[in-house]
Design a protein around this ligand. Structure first.
Ligand SMILES: *Cc1c(COP(=O)(O)O)cnc(C)c1O
Length: 381
């Protein structure tokens, strides 16, 4: 290299990210030959290691091979994709479903497809990075409201509708928030969407499989599934224990997305095996025992954690807020010494001064595992 421009200014040590070449064995994670209980995965139902998922994926690979070879609109389509889209839409209570390569691809493409220059996106300040980037790419004007503050949002919508009565408006929010574990008031957001002629997009990547008696997520809990102003985004990489993502909505909206979403049109179809595994996961979720076990584990943790300063979360995401990067790294180190893996989460993933250890519970944990975590937390300094 002859020029000396510094493309990547050095990050302070407390901000550097490291890949650990870890391996998972069910609920355990192996690092440098040492095994730890994994309290950091989004595999909430423990399905990623379920033999039924592996069997379904293997059978699919034996029948079809692995790669799909092209975009679904060219020659990469498969009957399994259509079957799963119908199953997922029926389970979630929506008319239609579109499978996507990943949640990141879904969110990057979705806002561009529904709104553009001259339109407005109203976004919760703590939305997932994929929604932030999707909003930027849409070229619409992005107005961010304070986290969960539906009163502030309503004021913004009111003013906006007065000034731009004909503009497209889209409200977008995580369902269960990925780094805090708290939840959007979906029913109230939908009421605002109705009042101010807006579309509502809820990304319930973390609510699916975890919230509600049947694990259908926050939209089901709010009783608004299938509403024509509502699109739901979700991933198959978390509770489903597979890979890929989906968008749910009314038939007309989903057909519009199929025609216009660049991240659907210009990207290779998922391996069919990923969807075969997701189908097996859906069958497991529908039997109910994994969702019940997860919710029982969350209740057991919350009961035992009463003396600790946790964030206001009823979901399996239970962050311990520490503030500084150093404090979060220190607690993560303490837990590691106690046989528990839960890394520090620092800015820019979370706002400055809110570094934390993000704990996630899973149906794969035993009460004994959770007690070990509670004991380690109780003995921290
Ligand atoms: C994980 C996550 C995504 C990304 O989904 P992938 O399928 O992993 O790309 C999108 N939105 C939210 C809220 C997430 O937590």
């Amino acid at each position: 290299m002859t020029h000396s421009r510094n493309w990547f200014p050095t990050l302070p040590p407390s901000r550097q990210r490291r890949l650990l070449a870890s391996q998972r064995q069910g609920k355990m994670i192996v690092l440098d030959g040492q095994s730890y209980i994994n309290f950091s995965s989004n595999d909430y139902l423990g399905l990623s290691a379920h033999p039924q998922l592996s069997a379904a994926a293997v059978a699919s690979i034996q029948a079809h091979g692995f790669g799909s070879g092209a975009s679904r609109l060219v020659s990469g389509d498969d009957a399994v994709f259509h079957a799963f889209e119908h199953q997922l839409a029926a389970w979630k209570g929506f008319e239609s479903c579109l499978l996507m390569g990943s949640g990141m691809l879904a969110n990057i493409g979705l806002l561009q497809a529904v709104v553009g220059r001259g339109g407005f996106v109203f976004a919760d300040k703590l939305n997932h990075a994929s929604l932030v980037d999707g909003a930027r790419l849409s070229m619409a004007k992005v107005l961010r409201f304070a986290h969960l503050d539906t009163l502030a949002l309503e004021k913004m919508l009111q003013t906006n509708q007065q000034n731009y009565p004909d503009a497209k408006r889209v409200i977008v929010s995580d369902g269960v928030f990925s780094m805090d574990g708290d939840a959007a008031d979906v029913a109230q957001l939908l009421r605002l969407a109705d009042t101010y002629d807006a579309l509502l997009i809820i990304d319930d990547a973390h609510g699916t499989g975890t919230m509600g008696n049947t694990g259908k997520g926050l939209i089901d809990v709010a009783g608004v599934a299938g509403h024509t102003r509502l699109l739901e985004v979700g991933t198959l990489g978390k509770s489903f224990g597979s890979y890929g993502a989906y968008i749910l909505g009314c038939a007309e909206m989903v057909e519009g997305l199929r025609q216009r979403m660049r991240t659907f049109i210009y990207s290779t179809a998922l391996p069919v095996a990923a969807i075969a595994a997701a189908q097996a996961a859906l069958a497991e979720i529908q039997q109910g025992q994994w969702v019940a076990k997860l919710q029982d584990n969350v209740a057991f943790f919350l009961k035992g954690a009463q003396g600790l300063t946790l964030m206001p979360s009823l979901s399996p995401i239970q962050p311990v807020l520490l503030g500084s990067d150093e404090a979060a790294l220190d607690m993560a180190q303490h837990l590691r010494a106690a046989g528990i893996f839960a890394p520090a989460i620092r800015p820019p993933t979370v706002p400055e001064g809110t570094s934390r250890v993000r704990l996630t519970l899973s149906a794969a944990h035993t009460r004994h595992d959770i007690q070990q975590l509670l004991d380690a937390l109780a003995h921290y300094r």
